[in-house]
Write a protein that binds this ligand. Sequence first.
Ligand code: C2E
Ligand code: MG
Ligand code: MG
Ligand code: MG
Length: 289
Amino acid sequence: LADNAMYKVKKSGRNNYQFVTPSLQKEADERLTVQHGLHQALERQEFELFYQPQINFSTQKISGVEALIRWNNPDRGLVTPDEFIAISEETGLIVPIGTWVLEQACRQISDWNKLSTPPTPYLSVNMSIRQFQQKNFISEMERILLKYNIKPQQLELELTESLLIHNLTETQNKLFTLKDMGVRLAIDDFGTGYSSLQYLKSLPLDVLKIDQSFIQDIGIDHNNEAIVQTIISLANNLDLWVVAEGVVTQRQYDFLKLKGCGSYQGYYYSKPIKEHELLEVIKKQSLYF
Ligand code: C2E
Ligand code: MG
Ligand code: MG
Ligand code: MG
């Protein structure tokens, strides 16, 4: 029996080896396909921004909107960013994609401003490290704001904690320049990265977005509830606006409201929706700010 067992291990070991190689090859092929597809997507304008409203707890109105990219792939349909942002970062394609996102967001704001009763929420855009680190990032930002003739206060940039701690001095300079221009600055997915209290006090931030993993555990895990409560107090005491991400249930909503959270975003109010749908939501609820 012992001999027999050893044989099986060896055999399955060899099979595994043979199995892994073609699968790695397949993965590499798939990456090339995605890479090629992303190049084409930029040329053929297959990207689209979806919009998710953020609701202010005290006014019950839309105070902000997050822009979230989607890829209308001719073969695969609507592709979400988890499937292509990482590879775009690695290949550098995130730079032209990110510029496209910024332009679209500013175009959207300028369209709002043309309405007879312009809605006043700010529009929030996710930044990738690679895009932010471009030497010409600030001048690109200025160019785009000027091109669409919008107030920088209407635009918010979402930065991750890993982006903040990378090249801290250079990052700090860029953030102060952006702040001087009037752009709002938010930390995305707060609590999942380094969450250093040092940068909270040394960087010109406006908003903390509590990561949805903590929100999910409200009513389930007391430790995570305590963390959420602590982040809210911390933000309030530092004069930072605090947004809860991924709010789905009434229970989460009630908890956050009770603890003094600023606004929330999540399926409880709305999924990310198309441009015209967002305008409908804004009109229907006469949330004309
Ligand atoms: P994020 O910035 O943290 O965005 C929040 C994500 O949570 C979005 O996923 C959103 O659709 C999802 N979400 C919102 N409410 C709920 C909810 O109630 N429940 C659940 N389960 N999920 C909810 P999405 O759109 O797939 O985006 C994923 C990530 O991709 C974003 O996370 C962001 O890091 C990145 N991303 C999205 N758009 C862009 C972009 O234009 N540029 C860059 N660089 N990254 C982007
Ligand atoms: Mg975000
Ligand atoms: Mg987030
Ligand atoms: Mg995230």
